[in-house]
Design a protein around this ligand. Structure first.
Ligand SMILES: Cc1cc2nc3c(=O)[nH]c(=O)nc-3n(C[C@H](O)[C@H](O)[C@H](O)COP(=O)(O)OP(=O)(O)OC[C@H]3O[C@@H](n4cnc5c(N)ncnc54)[C@H](O)[C@@H]3O)c2cc1C
Length: 392
């Protein structure tokens, strides 16, 4: 792969709106990605392996629980910092950002928010340091966009819970130490359970043959009469709102992360267009390539402003689920379109692993589907503005 020469576009001087703390956190993550992700990511993506060697680095830049209080090992940062860290990691690769998102928003968040003090102190510091890695099991073979129909069940056996069922498409599953599993009790009420690797009847087969997020490990969670200790239930919130609260946090991070992938594609295409000469002049001097590049930077700028405003709302606890949906949908769609256009700017070179664009493009096909599909987020906005749900 080419040397990482990335320079971030900031066409509207959005840096002026950030605090010094934001810029410090962002720049540390940016340097770490250049140093530790860019040199190895292409090979891992080609081989479909997750680079476990970067887990310690992710912890060091505060990517595991950026907004979890320092008391529990988190970085104690605000949500804009969280977003900026996700942006920088996804600039490197969406699969690496997925691991950080899952750990922070889908594992640490529910333990912090719905767990008790014993659960927080037992798990959060080890998750923050990367000593433990977690995954989040909501999606099932028969229930993706509609998780309320989940079939995974747990039964109160007196001194423990008995868990049965299966989850599919679970990021980090093949190597996770713990899983936050959403299951229904006998009254059909949804709760989160902390399931630990090694519990009898719990297995995590790997999902193979992905063309997307190849540097992220995806798998299944199978529960065959798993005895879950009673102290492993998250009692702070019940019902579908509990996993959806986690998804709000993760989707917020994705809205920022996608900007990173888009910035990398734009920056790569701009540099290439200036250097590549055809018909006696750089292709950057042609109107058609300028149209592509000008539209890319316009869309990135709009997405940056959307994410920043969402971050301000989130910092004030005012960001609604529907607002987060809109930003996730818009920014991922924006990034995917930019990746496709940027790929064309590079001609044949765009399909190779010499450049990051094709990898971003393939990755974003997962990002536009997971954490709520592109269509489902549109329906969330539709329901919010009209008052009518078109889901059923
Ligand atoms: C790489 C990867 C990693 C993932 N990681 C995780 C993870 O860590 N944890 C986890 O729990 N899940 C994870 N997922 C699962 C992901 O969240 C689901 O794939 C997603 O929610 C969509 O579900 P589905 O694939 O079953 O699609 P379906 O729900 O079957 O949808 C298929 C199509 O129908 C559309 N559709 C569905 N309902 C409607 C409707 N009412 N009206 C109009 N259109 C509709 C959808 O928009 C979509 O286009 C991951 C997925 C991928 C690809």
């Amino acid at each position: 792969m080419q040397k990482d020469l990335f320079e971030a576009p900031d066409y509207y001087n959005i840096d002026d709106l950030l605090l010094e703390e934001h810029k410090l956190v962002r720049d540390a993550a940016r340097q770490w990605v250049k140093r530790s992700v860019s040199p190895i990511i292409e090979e891992h993506a080609q081989k479909a392996t997750f680079p476990k060697e970067i887990l310690g680095g992710l912890a060091e830049i505060g990517a595991f629980g950026p907004y979890i209080p320092e008391k529990y090992g988190g970085a104690g940062l605000d949500h804009i910092s969280y977003g900026l860290i996700m942006q920088e990691i996804e600039r490197g690769d969406s699969g690496i950002r997925s691991t950080a998102s899952v750990q922070s928003s889908l594992v640490m968040y529910p333990i912090f928010t719905y767990g008790n003090e014993a659960q927080r102190t037992k798990y959060l510091p080890k998750l923050a340091s990367g000593e433990l890695i977690g995954c989040f099991g909501l999606t099932e073979p028969n229930h993706g966009s509609n998780p309320s129909g989940m079939e995974t069940k747990y039964k109160d056996m007196g001194d423990h819970y008995l868990l049965n069922g299966a989850k599919l498409w679970i990021s980090n599953a093949p190597f996770a130490d713990i899983a936050i599993v959403w299951a229904k009790n006998e009254e059909d009420r949804i709760h989160g359970l902390i399931v630990e690797r090694g519990m009898e009847g719990f297995s995590t087969p790997t999902t193979h043959n992905k063309w997307s997020l190849r540097a992220s490990a995806t798998g299944e969670l199978i529960f065959d009469n798993v005895k879950v200790p009673k102290e492993n239930i998250l009692l702070g919130k019940t019902g579908l709102g509990a996993p959806l609260g986690c998804l709000d946090s993760a989707r917020f991070g994705i809205a920022w992360g996608a900007i990173g992938a888009a910035m990398d594609c734009y920056d790569t295409a701009l540099r290439y267009a200036k250097e590549r000469v055809q018909f006696g002049k750089p292709i950057a001097a042609t109107q058609l390539q300028q149209k592509k590049l000008a539209e890319m930077v316009t869309e990135i700028t709009k997405a940056q402003l959307l994410a920043l405003r969402l971050g301000q709302l989130k910092n004030n606890d005012k960001a609604t689920s529907a607002q987060i949906s809109m930003a996730k949908r818009n920014n991922v769609d924006m990034a995917l379109k930019i990746a496709r256009e940027a790929r064309q700017v590079l001609g044949a070179m765009g399909i190779t692993g010499e450049f990051s664009i094709m990898r971003h493009m393939m990755n974003l096909e997962s990002v536009i589907t997971y954490e709520g599909t592109h269509d489902i987020h549109l329906l969330i906005t539709g329901a919010d503005i009209t008052g009518f749900s078109a889901f059923q």
